[in-house]
Structures are given as C-alpha cells and as structure tokens.
Design a protein around this ligand. Sequence first.
Ligand code: DQA
Length: 142
Amino acid sequence: AKFLLLHGPNLNLLGTREPEVYGHTTLAEINQNLTEQALAAGHQLEAFQSNAEHELVDRIHNARGNTDFIIINPAAFTHSSVALRDALAGVAIPFIEVHLSNVHARESFRHHSYLSDLAVGVICGLGPMSYQLALQAAIQRI
Ligand code: DQA
C-alpha cells in the first residue's frame, strides 16, 4: 500500500526547535525511520513537509487515487485550519493525526483540533514514537 506522511509548519526545525518540548530527533530522522518501517512491512511511504497551508492542501488533493492512508502532523494548523479539514474530508482518504507533544497538557488553544473528529485515530505525546505507532496502526488497518 501507499502511505503519505505529512508534516505542517515549523516541523522542518525539529531537532533544534524547543527541544524540551519536541525532543532532539530531526524531521529527516523521523522520515527515514518511517520509510524503513513501511518498507519492512512491504509498503511504500512518501513524506512531505510544508510551512504553507495551500501546499499541504494541494498535496492532499494530489493524493486522491494514489494513496491508501495519510499520517499527518498538522502542527499549528491543527488548531486553525478549516482548509486542511475540508481537504482531508474532500479526498476521503483515511488518516491518523499525530503530535509529538501531549497537546492536552499544554496551552488551552492546543486542546482543540479541526481534524480529530474526522481522523481514524489520534496519537500524541509520545515523541517520534507517536509516528511509529500511527504507521503500525495504519498498516494493520489496510
Ligand atoms: C505539534 C503540536 C502543535 O500544537 C504545535 O503547533 C506544533 C507541533 C506536535 O507535534 O506536538 O507545531 O503538532
């Protein structure tokens, strides 16, 4: 199967960005790790990060017809983006929402997600393992 791993704004800074919150693992390491996890299970995974909402919306649109499952860390767009929500609803590709940090233990504006009620599931607070568990669950579902 074909998996798409999407990362929202500022996640390109992982490794150096607020390491006490987000850890020291870089985005390249997360992508590499998940690509290997997918390949080991006989699947394909493509990763894409953008700081621009419209690029993420476009990438979701382009996934229609060629992607079985999306794993997405929408980052700050989690809490603001009706457009990302509508894009995911529009293509109707199942997805899991992922966060490195436990958003529920942080500022109240991070407690609401525009995506969670559409997601197959939500995993947060486990650092890079949040992504690994999401892929494991996605593989099992398809
Ligand atoms: C995040 C949590 C969001 O609230 C924040 O805006 C991020 C990263 C996480 O992975 O913990 O940029 O999605």
